[in-house]
Design a protein around this ligand. Sequence first.
Ligand SMILES: Nc1ncnc2c1ncn2[C@@H]1O[C@H](COP(=O)(O)OP(=O)(O)OP(=O)(O)O)[C@@H](O)[C@H]1O
Length: 505
Amino acid sequence: MSATETSLRVVVRARPMNSRETREGARKCVEYYENTGQIVINDSATFAFDSVFPDTVDQETVYEKTAFPLLDRIFAGFNATVLAYGQTGSGKTYTMGTEDNDGTDEMRRGIIPRLVNALFQRIMQTQVPESFKVTVSMYEVYGDNVYDLLRPDKVKLNVHGDEKNCTIVNLTAVPVIDLKGALKQLATGCHYRTKAETAMNAMSSRSHAVFTLFVEKTATPDCDSAFSAKLQLVDLAGSERLKKTEAEGNRMKEGININAGLLILSQVIAALATKQKHIPYRNSVITRVLQDSLGGNSYTVFLACISPADTNSQETLNTLRYADRAKQIKNKPIVNKNPKAEEIAVLQAQIKRLQKENGDLRQGIAPSDTKFNDMANTAEILSLKDEVARKSEELRERAIKQSECIVRINALTQRNGRLEADKTKLSIMLSDVRSAILNEEMIEPSELVRSIVQIVGESDASTMLAEEDQDETAGAMGSSDETMYDAERLPELQAELDELEKQLP
Ligand SMILES: Nc1ncnc2c1ncn2[C@@H]1O[C@H](COP(=O)(O)OP(=O)(O)OP(=O)(O)O)[C@@H](O)[C@H]1O
């Protein structure tokens, strides 16, 4: 299935000044222009984002303008991610809702509980809520390791994968049926997440935490097709200046590790933004697990959290630069479903069920399915069989057309190669003739014309052969730009030949 490129949505949220900043006599150094999404720092640097949220904006507004629109994507079968980035103490955990709370404090409620609530409400509004299955998982990346946060022993997990895919092996996935169940798992994960007090934040997250909801929808005969979608909610550890956090010992080691992971993340963002061939995802675990969300198959919102205080202006400027680069990243989300296979599976299931009912009827057994009375068994089975056969035939024909196209593309590629070789030969000959004329050397015209005619003759022959190939597959492809290109080459070669003849003495 082809995918359309889409840019990351980038939003910036400022938290209010905290008591430390007020105590230090800090002043606000950021101005916001909500209508245009612009933000000015230190009266000098201006940035523009999809949205900016000044320190007065509440949790609900931030949720509605950032995460809520992703729900439609999820229900259309796409993957989605919200990724919170920012300096330590800038409000990532608060905004994401990756906190140890039961979600009852309405004002403080962050993105995760609000989004999970809306997800289950939406499921309940569908025709067949039972056709949805939701599972959650939560892990942290601490140092360069991944730990399962839904297990009390916080087991260390292996990450497998290549350039394209990344899987966390044996990650706990808990089925949940409502908001309460999901929040219970979130609370467990938050409880086991590594946190510690630093001079910058009394409850600083020392790891990157990823809360994931897997939504699976199975097809039912009476409603639309199946899909699966993954919703990743990422609360990164904060970048920090070790001097400011006054970190020592373990805290200092953690800080160094956090900064190292975030540095590689910035390199990945820079490489994606400048469309480099090699993206250094594999250089750290956090970039490996986020591969899908950055430059991959996901609708992603990059949420940059900042402090408004001038005492943190350098960190804020860095965050805004980071976010500005993230705007250049393009993802290619694709729907995680195969509608044709899905339809065939549904029809086959119906045939099986109807065949069984038919067999039961012949033996005088009443069918247990209450839908029985609505169905004209035999006729329906036959029409369903026809439908399956028709769809299989359609798929087979498409496969044949595809292979015909491949054959023709190969033929055209070969032919273009031959024409290029002819062109090179004629150019060499032309330059030989030019230098002969310049050097006033004798040229045997008949010899020269013979060589040229030979080249053009070979070209004609190979063109005819290639055209025979083309005729065989023309029905499958119709005309194409390559065909036009090839057809125009012969007159061009003829013109080169005429030109050569004119230059002869
Ligand atoms: N928008 C806000 N309104 C009110 N309080 C906020 C806001 N944002 C953050 N806070 C408060 O600021 C403090 C630091 O926030 P938080 O823990 O979310 O920062 P963080 O970026 O996750 O930090 P770290 O990277 O160190 O984990 C918390 O006490 C939090 O309640």
